[in-house]
Design a protein around this ligand. Structure first.
Ligand SMILES: Cc1cc2nc3c(=O)[nH]c(=O)nc-3n(C[C@H](O)[C@H](O)[C@H](O)COP(=O)(O)OP(=O)(O)OC[C@H]3O[C@@H](n4cnc5c(N)ncnc54)[C@H](O)[C@@H]3O)c2cc1C
Length: 446
């Protein structure tokens, strides 16, 4: 059927956020005409692809930079992805029960893990506390080559859906949305250049052609803030693109997702090691964290777009100054920069890996070329702070912009629910809350 040029809702961006919204609108609302525009020839080729991110369903149980409050929020949205997977039989196909843990190394971190275990036990009753002896059985590589005097402890679980191929889930959202009795057009290889408000509609220009809609949601990763700024929205926000690289090891060292302890001042989860779920016999270590002057990791530079979204100002400089004033963050930034420098990076990163697998040498790892995406970390100029996680610009005029660093893939259905409710309220449509809660929100017992 020929594609049209007017829709109730236009979604810009076909990563996991845009496709999750397409699915949610199709299945849980009575919105009829929906279009999604994606600039590449497939959905989920950037941050949402399996090689763009850490493949972790972030429940908040092993992410040591989350407070209990933040963990409760991510736990709720992680459950939605889990329930979605089970609803369509994607368990053991696109999502996997890999054991997972947060590892403390040395007396200070061991105490930290023990205290955190006590605090988090109520929200995550399935978590176990594993001492050195238990870890030697569960994950022997953590002990091999470790100094006898060095204590380790982990909080973890062996039986949860912890690893997800978010790229495959994105594709499934499109497939399952199209099964609903709605008019859905997915326009691939179509880049949205410009959006403007025209009376009570939006005019969306795509490669010279105009499309119209009553509502627009921009789920375009680091490009979301660029499109917002161009329309005069979100001027209090600035975007700092933080790239993350991985290292591969062919040594079959880990069977679990092993997260280390993160500095709570940093807005993303710490370096971890885990088996890659889409590449056989590869264990990945990472991601690193490096600020890059571009909006996409492996495509052309977008330097001017980067400047537009960074929108340098005295407030942004103050945020940088405050971050770099902190010696821990300064050291972290320098180290992570060096992890990208050919010639020295393997040797330096191997030290990081040895915290997890002490027997690893630089010859056991290789820099994973072309792997790892970009986290659009948002700076709030008013509070002069970096956001922990996602940010949303809700204009109240029928257009929303989402910026989605980690754990944005885990929160895809939670964000989609919020946007679907906003859309229905604005357009006078119905959000099928009971069905959504029954199918996606209520945890299914293990
Ligand atoms: C190294 C790293 C590790 C991570 N690990 C995890 C993890 O383990 N768990 C987790 O939950 N999250 C993780 N994340 C975060 C997660 O990957 C992102 O939050 C998520 O993929 C964002 O999805 P998105 O759809 O919002 O954006 P994207 O996946 O970036 O998709 C945006 C889409 O918009 C398209 N687009 C952009 N501009 C336009 C335009 N003008 N017109 C049309 N289309 C456009 C792009 O082509 C792209 O397809 C990680 C991120 C990184 C970088």
């Amino acid at each position: 059927m020929a594609k049209k040029n007017y829709y109730n809702v236009i979604i810009v961006g076909g990563g996991i956020s845009g496709t999750a919204l397409l699915y949610t609108l199709a299945k849980y609302t009575d919105v009829k005409d929906i279009a999604l525009f994606e600039k590449y020839d497939e959905v989920a080729t950037l941050n949402s692809s399996a090689k763009g991110n850490s493949q972790t369903l972030h429940c908040g149980d092993i992410e040591t930079n989350y407070t209990l409050e933040k963990a409760k929020i991510t736990n709720r949205t992680a459950t939605m992805v889990e329930n979605y997977g089970k609803l369509y039989g994607y368990d053991n196909k696109y999502m996997f029960q890999i054991p997972k843990m947060a590892l403390g190394v040395g007396d200070k971190e061991v105490k930290f893990i023990k205290d955190r275990y006590k605090e988090f036990k109520k929200e995550f009753p399935y978590m176990e506390l594993w001492d050195k002896k238990q870890l030697a059985k569960i994950e022997p590589a953590l002990l091999k080559g470790r100094k006898k005097s060095e204590d380790i402890t982990a909080m973890g679980t062996k039986k949860r859906w912890s690893a997800v191929d978010f790229g495959k889930i994105s594709k499934s959202f499109v497939k399952n949305a199209k099964k609903e009795n709605k008019n859905i057009d997915v326009h691939l290889s179509k880049e949205v250049d410009h959006i403007e408000k025209k009376g009570d509609k939006f005019k969306v220009i795509v490669e010279g052609k105009a499309y119209y809609s009553d509502y627009v949601v921009v789920d375009a990763g680091a490009h979301s803030l660029l499109l917002a700024h161009k329309m005069g929205h979100g001027k209090d926000y600035s975007c700092l693109p933080v790239g993350g690289s991985f290292y591969y090891s062919k040594i079959d060292s880990l069977k679990s997702k092993v997260y280390t302890i993160q500095n709570p001042k940093l807005p993303f989860a710490a370096i971890h090691g885990d088996p890659d779920i889409v590449k056989d016999n590869i264990v990945r270590f990472g991601p690193t964290a490096i600020v890059l002057p571009k909006l996409e990791r492996y495509h052309h530079a977008h330097f001017l777009d980067f400047l537009e979204t960074l929108a340098p100002s005295t407030e942004v400089i103050e945020v940088f100054y405050d971050l770099m004033h902190d010696s821990d963050i300064r050291e972290y930034a320098i180290k992570n920069f060096l992890y990208e420098v050919p010639g020295i990076r393997r040797k330096l990163f191997a030290k990081e890996v040895r915290k997890i697998v002490p027997s690893m040498t630089k010859d056991d790892i290789e820099f994973a070329e072309g792997v790892g995406g970009l986290r659009p970390q948002v700076i709030d100029k008013k509070t002069k702070k970096l956001f922990l996680g996602e940010a949303k610009i809700t204009t109240g005029e029928g257009i929303v912009f989402n910026m989605t660093p980690s754990p944005g893939a885990t929160s895809c259905l939670g964000n989609a629910q919020e946007d679907a409710i906003l859309i229905c309220k604005f357009l006078g449509n119905k959000f099928k809350a009971k069905k959504f809660d029954r199918e996606l929100v209520t945890p299914i017992p293990y």
